[in-house]
Ligand binder design. Structure first.
Ligand SMILES: [Zn+2]
Length: 472
């Protein structure tokens, strides 16, 4: 059976605060300090009609319990205080995404309320700002239309769902979310995955996208020929997209062949690629303007480089595999900046492997110390190659000024003293002219404070001096 699919990609963004209050945009790791119980009912949208999905949810008569975390929630999340001004950083991020996707951007931006009474918002609506429309993206040399780019509030997270009661956590509510909707033009399940991947890359290009579990979610709109349109919500892994589309086409085909008619509905994605009924598909009656905040000016932004463009630039300096690791790293900006004054391979390796190794070993290295170490190397106060050893000592509590002399570059006479010392300790190696073994011994003492080539030439010189004087 043929199908057409549209994607809605959601990515959490913003570093400083939530979209409409000043709480940090992250999940709490403390215990909730309050439990608040609410019931919600559907109200009419701007057109005076109640939305069918909202009526459905209201009829369930569910009770909602909200867990309040004092470090990540305030009265705004509880809907007990009017919203604050919009977070400018997330707004800029959404405008950048709209520009990268070649969207038309309205002259003024309006905050709207979208009625959602499944309990995932304490207010009974989700706030959303339409930032761009009628854009496009090119994937595999095919253009896919972008219907809209919106900036939205993340919903409250479900903790448990019982027969008559759902428990939500409020820390997630209000985290800024960029939502990109494509036109329903995708007819190939694997291609859908590629489009979703590229859209995520575009949002990450702003440098403000969150990482990790739950930070990206996809909804799939699948219309099956001879069947109907169904929305499947909450797909977390890109790899699951083809499987979910195929399962939905099969489900509708199964219904039709047994004489039933598939209904337009919203379904929830399940981990095995299938889905389950959530509620009827919402209509267009569920939007009305936010009254606590006026129209917004479009912020002026610089269109960022995409991650694809940055990958190309990185590949000119370091091997591709390493470049891809850097691209995924949270230190991408720093790696690019430091690569201008340091060996790019060393820098890339440091931020993708050495730092990870420190963490695995439980060593805490502060970013400011890393920056200080690189700046010391830049000024020639320490050798670049000694940065890992130096930071390891600093992380164990030693002060920079106590450690630095140990790693400062050796001058010629100091280096010669070490080589002579090693030669004296290993007369047999000198006699056998085993330069490699001697070099190894010297490097253990040099600890990166002199370039290998210089050490080698000195070892060679000392050995030839010793052996020629012994034979004469
Ligand atoms: Zn808050």
């Amino acid at each position: 059976m043929k199908f057409r699919c549209g994607l809605e990609v959601h990515v959490r963004v913003g570093k400083k605060r939530k979209l409409f209050c000043h709480c940090p945009p992250r999940l709490s790791d403390t215990e909730p300090s309050l439990r608040v119980t609410r019931r919600l009912r559907a109200v009419s949208g701007e057109a005076g009609l109640k939305d069918r999905a909202a009526i459905f949810e209201e009829r369930s008569g569910r009770e909602f319990v909200y867990l309040f975390y004092p470090d990540t929630c305030c009265l705004v999340e509880l809907d007990e205080e009017p919203i604050h001004e919009i977070d400018p950083e997330s707004l800029e991020c959404a405008v950048k995404v709209a520009r990268l996707l070649h969207c038309d951007i309205p002259d003024r931006l309006y905050v709207m309320r979208k009625i959602v009474v499944d309990g995932s918002n304490t207010s009974g609506f989700q706030r959303t700002v339409l930032v761009g429309l009628n854009g496009w993206i090119e994937v595999d040399r095919r253009k896919v239309g972008i219907k809209s780019v919106c900036l939205e509030e993340e919903s409250a997270g479900i903790v448990e769902k019982g027969e008559k009661k759902t428990v939500f956590r409020l820390d997630r509510l209000g985290i800024p979310l960029v939502e990109i909707s494509t036109e329903p033009v995708i007819t190939d399940a694997e291609f859908a995955r590629k489009v979703a991947e590229k859209l995520c890359m575009i949002v990450r290009s702003t440098g403000l996208a969150h990482r990790g579990l739950g930070s990206v979610r996809q909804d799939l709109n699948v219309s099956v020929e001879g069947g109907t349109r169904v929305e499947i919500k909450g797909v977390q892994e890109l790899e699951m997209i083809p499987k979910i589309i195929e399962a939905e086409v099969e489900r509708q085909a199964g219904l039709i062949s047994s004489g039933k008619k598939p209904e337009p509905e919203t379904r929830a994605a399940l981990p095995d690629g299938s889905s389950e009924f959530m509620r009827p598909l919402p209509g267009s009656e569920r939007m009305y303007p936010e009254t606590d905040i006026g129209p917004l000016d479009v912020p002026e932004v610089e269109v960022p480089e995409t991650l694809e463009e940055r990958l190309e630039r990185l590949k000119r300096r370091i091997p591709e595999q390493l470049a891809r690791q850097v691209l995924k790293s949270e230190y991408l900006d720093l790696v690019e900046k430091l690569s201008e004054k340091h060996d790019p391979v060393f820098v890339a390796h440091f931020f993708t492997s050495v730092l990870k190794d420190f963490r695995r070993r439980g060593l805490e290295v502060r970013e400011e110390d890393v920056i200080s170490a690189f700046s010391l190397a830049e000024k020639g106060k320490i050798e670049e190659k000694a940065i890992p050893d130096l930071l390891e000592e600093v992380s164990s509590g030693k002060a920079f000024e106590d450690v630095v002399p140990k790693y400062s570059p050796l001058d010629r006479s100091e280096l010669e003293r070490i080589v002579l010392e090693v030669a004296a300790e290993n007369p047999d190696l000198v006699e056998r002219k085993n330069l490699k073994a001697l070099m190894g011994e010297v490097m253990k003492k040099v600890k990166g404070r002199a370039p290998g080539s210089e050490v080698f030439s000195l070892v060679k010189e000392v050995v030839s001096r010793r052996t020629s004087s012994a034979s004469s």
